[in-house]
Design a binder for this molecule. Sequence first.
Ligand SMILES: NC(=O)C1=CN([C@@H]2O[C@H](COP(=O)(O)OP(=O)(O)OC[C@H]3O[C@@H](n4cnc5c(N)ncnc54)[C@H](OP(=O)(O)O)[C@@H]3O)[C@@H](O)[C@H]2O)C=CC1
Ligand SMILES: O=C(O)C1=N[C@H](C(=O)O)C[C@H](O)C1
Length: 271
Amino acid sequence: MSDVRLIVAGAGGRMGRTLVKAIADAPGVVLAGAVDAPGSAALGRDSGELAGLGPNGIAVTADLAALADGADGVVDFTLPAGSVALVRQTAATGLFHVIGTTGFSVADEQVIAEAAQRIPIVKSGNMSLGVNLLAALAKRVAATLDEDFDIEILEMHHNKKVDAPSGTALLLGQAAAAGRGIDLATRSERGRDGHTGDRRRGDIGFASLRGGTVVGEHWAIFAGPAERIELVHKAEDRMIFARGAVRAATWARGRAPGLYSMMDVLGLADV
Ligand SMILES: NC(=O)C1=CN([C@@H]2O[C@H](COP(=O)(O)OP(=O)(O)OC[C@H]3O[C@@H](n4cnc5c(N)ncnc54)[C@H](OP(=O)(O)O)[C@@H]3O)[C@@H](O)[C@H]2O)C=CC1
Ligand SMILES: O=C(O)C1=N[C@H](C(=O)O)C[C@H](O)C1
């Protein structure tokens, strides 16, 4: 089978640079282009040099359309506005799209869902194997316990992270809500301050910490009467997300149009 040809979006960013390295290490996958935001300081720079690999001859550009003919898909860790702009272009050109970006609004999600009627899109707040296994476990635990157990999702990230709660926290909350059979949108508590009153029974709470260089840590806590279960994942290297995204890209090539998750890629969707 021919190589999977990938364009990295956000090539100057923390995840984009890690992806360029992951692609260089992955058999059967090649870097077909590197894009970043219009006006980005990364434009014109060699993407291999940005990734610390030495020159690879692929300069960062803002023009995705010009690269489309030589590529199969886009792997995108940017910002919500960037991913929304990019998905309009991938849907128009027929490229598959792997989206790792987090912090989308409901309107953004709608644009992505519409694009998924035309192309395969794999989208997940966390591309690592470990977090997706954790989500499957959280769903199972939530299905087993009743509302005597309060569910709280806690996350900590580096001081450059711009969205909260993290995409992973929301993914874990969604898994717990599915296990419990409730609607997360109407049953979540997103931050407490002041005289909050008693905790509302059955809600899923979220709390976010920011500091230093923490790659990403998540807790799903089930706090019951006189006992507590904590499911924890600690990411030590962004490479776990990049390798997951490359795996998602390989899986997406040739798929029917649709909106897929990392649980689909990993075969965990029915757990
Ligand atoms: N799903 C997962 O497994 C993971 C998801 N993430 C998510 O990925 C996203 C990126 O994270 P991170 O790499 O740390 O962030 P960075 O800020 O380091 O990188 C983001 C990059 O995207 C670029 N960008 C912004 N707008 C556009 C656009 N319109 N077109 C192309 N590129 C654009 C930025 O350009 P500029 O140079 O102008 O700033 C920057 O280079 C976040 O939403 C984060 O939460 C992160 C890790 C894992
Ligand atoms: O911004 C990050 O860094 C990360 N973002 C993702 C999230 O929002 O959950 C995944 C990972 O935790 C790192």
